[in-house]
Design a protein around this ligand. Structure first.
Ligand code: C2E
Ligand code: MG
Ligand code: MG
Length: 658
């Protein structure tokens, strides 16, 4: 385009230079023509006329003699006129060869004129006079020829300059046509380029505002769109409307955040390409829901979407429920069938002084709580703010819990099915906070979030190892203490080192310590987990997969994890009945575990035994070959002192022997 413009400018300059040169040329020639040649021609003609008049006067008098006086008067006057005209003509052609000849002929004529006039006066009719007249006429003829020659010369100059002018004008016209043609082509090409540019700029703008994979507007566009709500005063706050869906009269701007639960776990299970397919499907489903309700969907993160729409709280609630169901429809990815569970958080722009960014924070808060509580949709209300504040306060208290000695380990016994023997305990953390007992289910996730888990987990490891060492010193048949390891604790870089440290510090036999790691953690970072499990096994520890059956287990991975035990999650055990839904799962897990060379423990066994006809959990588990059980049926979690009494009751003889 620039080259074209430069060429056009250069051609324009060239054209104007050429035109002005040619115009100068034409001007010059026509000036010469008008100022010199044309007057010259006129003067030649005037001279010839005067010459002819004089000749006529002489010839007339010769043929028809007139009165003497009158003839001379006429001849003098024509002679005068002729001389006058001659002078002007002679001065103009003085430089050329012709002027010499003309002068000579004119002088001869003038001389002869004197003689002829005397002859006409004295010897009219004589032969000599006739000859003189003939000579006079011949001179006149010669002068006329010379005049003719000069005139022809001038005429050819005139026609030459005319031709030149014509030629130049034609050139100018041609150049102008050419330039106009070129300008037209350039204009067309400029239009083409400008349009292409506009198109590519539009494409760039689209790409800059949209997520390349899902083609949905992304986080940046979301903030742009949402901040527009701040530019208008409350009663007119409207979101962009799509699909001509008219909002209800009492509709408010709503923000609904949607996120897949445990997305990283899914990525670990089906890979990035598979996860991308799932995200695409999520985008499609969210977008369909948005279009049906006149809203717009944005992709905020991996599996996180925002739906902005104008609606009533009830309608948003219904929409969320429908969306939840639609998201839960299985997605086929390769050989896998993924059933998504999603968490949603919603907030409305309901207060007049509320800013758009607050709306986002409130929806985020609701989503956060939905994810934590495992509920599908949480709608923001001011109460949530309080909940979050409570959480922050609890976090602050937890920081001091270790120093203040508020943490304590309780121990829940585990029983071997084959002989009914006590085989060990699971160490379960208790927090006696200033406000009362706090459940580990509540504060362990909080400790994970705040990073306090490192400190707390370390304390548990130390405490439980020391307890295991102490009890086993007094027993001939050892007890195993199972210690829960939280996901983040497991992922800490110095985890194995810390375990080794506590083993050495307490002097416990590593075989008497069992680490419980949840299934999800192992699957999420399969490669790292395999390596870590190898290291821990190398230390001589026992390893168990906790809460088995609740995560996305990949059987291929499971085979490669070199653990000792599977711990069936209590959700499958609690409702366990012969012929029930969970029965099949539990039976399958037991046989799977055994086939892979693991022992199997069931937790959450509350009731059972042959003596209890309504609840037969324990007897069923024994029947199906489950190796061990743990639960209220056998023993509740208890303090260390109570546990010692439990041990004494379970193994009276051996303790005595010791
Ligand atoms: P978990 O490891 O699956 O522990 C089993 C939970 O089930 C314990 O709850 C236990 O009290 C409970 N339970 C045992 N038998 C029964 C039964 O028959 N019926 C019922 N309803 N419940 C039974 P608890 O002590 O509240 O612990 C909850 C979770 O907190 C644990 O689940 C574990 O994931 C975590 N946790 C506990 N202590 C620690 C710890 O020291 N470190 C870490 N990282 N996590 C811990
Ligand atoms: Mg456990
Ligand atoms: Mg468990």
């Amino acid at each position: 385009v620039y080259a074209q413009l430069a060429l056009m400018v250069a051609l324009g300059i060239g054209l104007s230079v050429a035109t002005s040169v040619m115009v100068d040329d034409v001007q010059h020639t026509s000036t010469v023509l008008l100022r010199q040649d044309v007057p010259k021609l006129e003067r030649f003609t005037a001279f010839e006329s005067a010459l002819l008049l004089h000749q006529a006067a002489i010839d007339n008098d010769f043929a028809y003699p007139a009165e003497h006086e009158r003839f001379h008067a006429v001849a003098d006057s024509t002679m005068r006129a002729m001389r006058e005209q001659y002078r002007t003509v002679a001065s103009e052609i003085s430089s050329s060869y012709d002027s010499v000849t003309l002068q000579r002929e004119f002088n001869r004529l003038v001389e002869l004129d004197q003689i002829l006039r005397v002859s006409l006066d004295t010897r009219r009719g004589s032969d000599s006079t006739r000859r003189q007249v003939a000579t006079f006429n011949a001179y006149t003829g010669r002068i006329r020829e010379l005049i003719d020659g000069g005139r022809r010369h001038l005429q050819s100059a005139v026609s030459n300059s005319g031709r030149l002018t014509m030629e130049r004008t034609r050139w100018i016209a041609n150049l102008v046509h050419l330039y106009a043609g070129f300008a037209l082509l350039s204009a067309l090409s400029l239009v083409y380029h400008v349009r292409a540019r506009i198109r590519s700029e539009r494409e760039l703008a689209y790409l800059a505002a949209h997520d390349t994979m899902t083609k949905l507007p992304h986080r940046w566009s979301f903030y742009q769109e949402i901040s527009k709500l701040d530019n208008v005063s409350p009663p007119h706050r409207r979101t962009k409307r799509h699909n001509d869906v008219l909002p209800a009269r009492d509709a408010q701007a709503h923000l609904l955040l949607i996120e897949a639960d445990r997305f990283d776990r899914m990525v670990a299970g089906i890979g990035h390409a598979g996860a991308d397919e799932v995200v695409l499907e999520m985008a499609l489903r969210a977008n369909q829901a948005a279009l049906a309700n006149g809203g717009e969907v944005f992709r905020l993160g991996d599996s996180k979407f925002a739906l902005v729409l104008e609606s009533t709280p009830e309608a948003v609630q219904q929409l969320a429920t429908r969306l939840q169901t639609s998201m839960g429809t299985p997605i086929a990815v390769g050989h896998h069938e993924i059933v998504l569970s999603t968490s949603m958080g919603s907030a409305a722009l309901s207060r007049p002084d509320q800013r758009a960014i607050e709306l986002v924070q409130e929806a985020e808060m609701a989503l956060h709580l939905a994810r934590q509580q495992g509920s599908s949709l949480v709608t923001y209300c001011t109460k949530l703010d309080d909940q979050l504040r409570d959480k922050l306060a609890m976090e602050a208290q937890l920081r001091h819990a270790i120093e203040r000695g508020e943490l304590e380990l309780h121990y829940q016994p585990q029983k071997r099915m084959a002989d009914g023997e006590l085989i060990g305990f699971e160490a379960l953390l208790r927090w006696h906070s200033a406000t009362g007992m706090v459940s580990p289910a509540e504060f362990i996730p909080l400790a994970e979030e705040s990073g306090l888990i490192g400190l707390i987990g370390d304390w548990v490891l130390g405490q439980a190892s020391a307890q295991a060492a102490a009890w086993n010193r007094e027993l001939d048949t050892p007890l195993t203490i199972a210690i829960n390891i939280s996901p983040r604790q497991f992922a800490q870089p110095r985890f194995v080192e810390r375990v080794r440290h506590h083993l050495a510090q307490s002097g416990v036999n590593p075989r008497h310590i069992e680490l419980e790691i949840t299934e999800g953690v192992l699957m999420e970072q399969a490669a790292l987990s395999r390596e870590l499990l190898g290291d821990l096994r190398g230390l001589g520890l026992q390893l168990a997969i906790d809460d088995f059956g609740t995560g996305y287990s990949s059987l291929a991975y499971l085979k490669r994890f070199r653990v000792h035990k599977l711990k069936i999650d209590q959700t499958f055990v609690r409702q366990l009945k012969a012929g029930g839904e969970d029965a099949e799962i539990v039976k399958a897990v037991i046989s799977l575990g055994h086939n892979l060379g693991f022992s199997v423990i069931a937790e959450g066994v509350e009731l059972g035994g042959d003596d209890h006809p309504l609840a037969e959990q324990a007897s069923l588990l024994r029947q199906w070959g489950c190796d061990e059980i743990q639960g209220y049926f056998y023993g509740r979690p208890m303090s260390a002192t109570a546990a010692e009494a439990f041990i004494a009751a379970a193994r009276p003889r051996r303790l005595l022997q010791a």
